[in-house]
Ligand binder design. Structure first.
Ligand code: NAP
Length: 156
């Protein structure tokens, strides 16, 4: 099964200048809680935006080049693996677009802000295809810039 996880602003923005456009510690904890112990798939640009491997998760990176710093995987390889177990698609924009048609479940965090000059966006989620099955509003902590809403969307 493919599960997608992303955080977006109120205009669906997810990135700016190769990085996350906010500081949201509570959302990073949420991401960790969901993906810990699992397999995460990401595009090469998202891989390069990370400080290194995240603890206790299998990392698979999509690229059309060769790399020796991380395991890589093809589009077909991801789909094949997802028939055997849950795979987390963790971005970025290109990779979310690629796998949305095969995704069963989406963990979406809406960050209560509007990023100026964002350059990367999540795909539009069609409400006739995915329904919101859970939604929790979180007030910002001292280590967050904005309030946020944690949502779970499931394919109808
Ligand atoms: N808010 C969030 O939840 C969130 C999550 C993740 C990322 N982000 C942000 O999103 C931005 C990065 O997203 P992005 O769309 O620019 O890049 P990306 O999706 O992370 O990576 C794009 C790269 O993936 C590889 N790729 C794409 N399609 C492929 C295919 N079919 N087969 C093999 N490789 C393929 C290519 O790598 P090569 O060029 O090496 O061939 C391509 O350049 C950053 O700002 C990041 O911080 C935000």
């Amino acid at each position: 099964m493919l599960t997608m996880i992303f955080a977006c602003d109120m205009n669906n923005a997810i990135g700016k200048n190769g990085d996350l456009p906010w500081r949201q510690s509570t959302d990073l904890q949420h991401f960790k809680q969901i993906t810990l112990g699992g397999t995460i798939v990401m595009g090469r640009k998202t891989w390069e935006s990370l400080p290194g491997k995240l603890p206790d998760r299998e990392h698979l990176v999509m690229t059309r080049s060769n790399r020796d710093d991380v395991e890589t995987i093809t589009y077909e390889g991801v789909l094949e693996l997802s028939e055997k177990r849950e795979i987390f698609i963790i971005g970025g924009g290109e990779i979310y677009n690629l796998f949305l048609p095969h995704t069963e479940k989406i963990h979406r965090t809406i960050i209560h802000c509007k990023v100026e000059d964002a350059d990367t966006f999540a795909p539009e989620i069609n409400s006739e295809i995915f329904k919101v099955s859970d939604s929790t509003v979180m007030k910002k902590s001292a280590r967050d810039e904005y309030d946020m809403t944690f949502e779970l969307l499931e394919r109808i």
